[in-house]
Each structure stands twice: as structure tokens, then as C-alpha cells.
Design a binder for this molecule. Sequence first.
Ligand code: SF4
Length: 243
Amino acid sequence: MTPALLCNQTCVYCWRPLELLQGFDAWDSPEYIVEESIKAQHRLLSGFHGTEGVNRKKLNEAYRPNQVAISLIGEPTLYPHLPELIEGYKKRGFTTFLVTNGTNPDMLEEVNPTQLYISLTAYSEESHLMLNRPLKSFWDRILRSLDVMRRSNSKTVIRLTLIRGYNMHDDAIERYAELVDRASPDYIEAKAYMYLSYSRLRLKYENMPEHEDIRDFSKKLEKATSYRIVDESQPSRVVLLSR
Ligand code: SF4
């Protein structure tokens, strides 16, 4: 789910309709969002009742969600009541999974999700300006977010969105290793950019790496860091590394 239908970047690889995510300046209350997101989950499930072969036990469990991914469309740290939203979910017995682009370290200082996940594509300020296309450079803020991650009590993950021809070369790997060292996350997730939806207006099919490319990249990252490959998913073209 998302509490903020807007973003402060316009990444070349974003699948979302960035052109439509503008002009929102009114916020729902955290209590309203918690309640309505659970109702929205119920609405999603309603069609399964008439479907043959559905596991009834699992369907009933799905009516009582206890894990929320605060992500999806837009940058959730732009929602001004994010700490209260996370606490609201916790009060309902949820674990919370916050995904951010790292441009709002002040907000990250305020929140305490079960899992903190920073999505990183850039390895330098130059690549940040080219790949994330922000309103202004947020590179200093992203570096500060990595420092917040290092001190965080949450489970922490750095996700690298990898685009062939842009951020997979050896020099980028060396720079990523420095950033990883700075943030000291529990996990690194190396993931292929997917040629989907609106991103197809900005990138080419050839920019989508194969799973083999992600594996090769991850092996090089192993050499450059103290992280080791622990799992992978070929259909998602993702490799997981852990300390
Ligand atoms: S930060 Fe995320 S939501 Fe925002 S433009 Fe980039 S990929 Fe899209």
C-alpha cells in the first residue's frame, strides 16, 4: 500500500505513471489509512469466494492481514504522518516493511519499522542525477539515509536496481561496495530492472538484464564486500546477499 501518491524523483526505470503522480497536497489521517487499507484488502479477496479450488483456510487467514508493505506507488516518506502510521499498524499487530528511495533521512530518523529497505540505483551523484532525475540533487540526503540505516534497529536491506548499460560496470560495483560498507545492511538484494509499463517509454528492452547478468554482478559484489550470496530467484531475476 502507499500513503503518498507522489514522488520527488522521476526515475528513468520507474514503471509507475509518473506523469499522473502530481498535485496531491491533502493527507488522510493515519487511522483512516490503516482502516481503509485493511478494507481494501478485503475487497481484493471478495472474488475468491466463488472460485473453485481456493484454499479456504488461507482465504480466511488473508482476511486478517498482519504484514504491511509501505511502498507501491510513490515515495512513502513524503507522507508527513508516517511515524504515526507505522505505530498504528503495530498496534493492530502488524509487522511493517518500509521501502524508500532514501531522499528523506530526517523522516527515517523518526520511524521504527520492522524492516527498512532503501532502494538504490545510483552509485554517485552523477548517476543519481541521470537515473533518478530528482527535482534537485538529493545525493547528500541519500548518503545521510545510509548512515541512518547503519544505526537502525530494524532489519535492513539495500536493494540495487540494475540496468544494463547504466549501473552494472566494474567501477559502479566498487562504488556500491563503499555505499554498502557505509550503511552496513543485513541484506543486499541485487535485482534486474524490468522492462514494464511506463518505463518502456524511457528505456529499451536491451536495458533489462538477464538473470545470468545479475548473478555475475553479485559474484563481483561478493569479491568487493564481506557479503555472500545466500539465495536467488530466477523468475524475478534477483540475487540475495547477506553478511
Ligand atoms: S523513487 Fe521510486 S516511485 Fe519515485 S520515481 Fe523513482 S522508482 Fe518511481
